[in-house]
Design a protein. Sequence first.
Length: 220
Amino acid sequence: MRYLWRDHAAVREVLLQRAVAQPIADIVGSRTLRFWFDLTFVHFGGPDGKAGIGTPWHHDVPTFSFRGDLMPSLWLALTPTDSTLSQLMFIDGSHRTNEGYYRSPELPKPPDGSQDGFVDLPDFDALIAKGEAKVLTWDCQPGDAILLHPCTIHGARGNDGQGTHPRRIAMTTRWLGDDVRFLPHSYERALKQPAVAQSRLRLGQRPHGDWFPLIYDRNG
């Protein structure tokens, strides 16, 4: 579920406030912070008590229409998460990779074999097994939050569907700081995304307008 803030006043009242934005801006070192959108994930268990489908390793920037380091995502647990309940996992230090943007599972390779600027994702499970990559993860209770860099490789375990919380629910909010500019990998694909099409952004512009509300400004 995306862009709940556009349709639900209660979501706006919770998310679009200085008390939420200021600590995020302070952590990433941005003078200003604009809200982009919310994204809610629900992980179900599989049938007959089997684990459900998790989220494969990825980082978020290949699907973003913006570039910049100050694009934090705040992941908020709405139900408990642990090793059996779709726990979020991170590859330690992966935000500092120099390999470029890894191909997202949502972006298949060009059928004609041409180069599109993305590189294939390494086999992180194999690297983990060999001790060449370290996984960071935390058990979370409702209200616990994790802030991540847009280039951080992350994924989620499957939900085993057991216990008192058969669904794992979490909300991610996207935020845009000082250095963020509209520089999509594909202009055609960017125009299909909400907010971008409505705001009529030009290449290289900072995000602005009603779809990217300014929530925090250190100078008032």
